[in-house]
Design a protein around this ligand. Structure first.
Ligand code: LLP
Length: 418
């Protein structure tokens, strides 16, 4: 994203973040439309010769205005629930250009997606395949299917977000896959169109992708020999971003490696990037409430907490923090733990960061556009933060700050008078 300093004040796409904070209040998420567009186009350019279906993973950031922006650029979507399907529809996205992933699709969700003419179901188990066949038969429709296989490769990322190892709950093993394909191919209400995998998230090296793709191509070849010709390979998402000093993910190199292998087999490519489109397009603004020091520790207590951004607490994730206002002359740079108001020791946004700040100043937690707001909760009865989009030089609300009345509205209706 395009961050710089104007009169010493941190600015995003030319807008001073202190002014954004004053207008919209804190904590608030701020996204850059220009950055989302740039990141999406980076995929389009890198893979131009392949012309893949780029299915943005809605779970990374599902705000309707962001989905609408991506839909306007022609993106497809990777969804994992009826809720996400509804969002895609409302944002003007196309279910026909969307794939439905996830290990636990309910009958209702399968019906919804069939009715909407989803591009493909990424099926994760034999049991799900049977359910899908039954539901498609009842609806007198034919379900397009890709089998999610588990290529058993190590993506070398945090264990909670590594999904392609054989001990993970995802997909079917390569050993089982061929038999499942053969049986499913006989079913009149299933159409076996593809094969997919998603090996993990925040992957910064290319090798795990090449290994996974190699195994998928082997399966495609095996199936072709038996007369079952698939139409696409879906390599999922997972391309990492640079939170700290990770290398940039080599999209072009991946495209160059894939191109001849896809051509040779007449396969189309589907990708499901989430983080790499939105993470560095967003930040979280928070205000310093108190500075608190003991003999050997300094805490910077801010108004955002683990309910707003859970990645540091949940994955020990590191996200850069910058002061929005210039350092004052009466304060000094100290190593702070940046903590929120929630009553848990695990409630922190960062540990041991050198900051020169004071109560009333604002901080920006960078690279918070993915898995930020979407993972937020109302824990400690904290209303969820506002979301702001900067587009064409102006900032507008794309989700208002939750009100206290909205927080309790549903339960109030259930209060009995006794
Ligand atoms: N496709 C499937 C089937 C997925 O499960 C995911 C993410 C994606 C695509 C998108 O992956 P991405 O390009 O965003 O890495 N909350 C964690 C990340 C969880 C990722 C879950 N699956 C975090 O904050 O790091």
């Amino acid at each position: 994203m395009s961050l710089d300093r104007r009169d010493g004040i941190l600015a995003l796409d030319g807008l001073k973040l202190s002014e954004v904070a004053e207008t919209f209040g804190t904590p608030c998420y701020v996204y850059s439309a220009a950055s989302i567009i740039r990141n999406y186009q980076a995929f389009e350019h890198a893979f131009a010769e392949i012309n893949p279906l780029i299915c943005y993973a809605v779970k990374a950031n599902s705000n309707l205005s962001i989905l609408a922006l991506l839909a306007s650029m022609g993106a497809g979507f990777d969804i994992v629930s009826s809720g996400e399907l509804e969002r895609v529809r409302l944002a003007g996205g196309s279910p026909q250009r969307s794939v439905f992933s996830g290990v636990g699709k309910t009958a209702r969700e399968i019906q919804d997606a069939l009715r909407e003419d989803i591009h493909c179901f990424n099926v994760e188990s034999e049991a799900e395949l049977s359910a899908l066949a039954r539901i498609a038969e009842d609806a007198q429709l034919i379900a397009p299917v890709s089998l999610r296989v588990n290529p058993d490769v190590d993506p070398k990322t945090h264990p909670y977000i590594a999904t392609g190892l054989k001990e993970a709950k995802f997909g079917v093993s390569m050993q089982q896959a061929e038999r499942i394909y053969q049986e499913a191919a006989k079913h009149p209400h299933l159409r076996m169109v593809g094969i997919d995998c998603h090996i993990g998230s925040q992957i910064t090296e290319i090798e795990p992708y090449l290994e996974a793709a190699t195994r998928l191509f082997e399966m495609v070849d095996q199936l072709t020999k038996t007369g079952l010709q698939l139409q696409h390979v879906d390599l999922g998402g997972g391309m990492g971003i640079r939170y700290q000093n990770e290398p940039a993910f080599p999209l072009e190199e991946l495209a160059r490696w894939l191109k001849p292998r896809l051509d040779e087999r007449q396969l189309e490519l589907i990708l499901e990037p989430g983080r790499s489109i939105v993470a560095d397009s967003g930040l979280l603004i928070t205000e310093v409430l108190y500075i608190k020091s003991s003999e050997d520790k300094h805490f910077c207590v801010v108004d955002a907490a683990m309910n707003d951004l859970i990645r540091p607490s949940l994955y020990n994730a590191w996200q850069k923090i910058e002061s929005i206002e210039p350092a004052g002359t009466d304060t000094e740079a100290l190593h702070y733990d940046v903590v929120g108001p929630i009553c848990e020791t695990g409630d922190f946004l960062a540990k041991d960061r050198l900051l020169n700040t004071a109560a009333g100043q604002r901080l920006a937690v960078l690279d918070a556009g993915a898995y930020g707001f979407v993972m937020s909760s109302n824990y400690n009865s904290r209303p969820r933060a506002a979301e702001i989009l900067i587009e064409a030089g102006t900032a507008r609300v794309i989700r208002p700050r939750e009100s206290l009345s909205a927080l309790v509205k549903d339960e109030l209706g259930c209060l009995t008078s006794s």
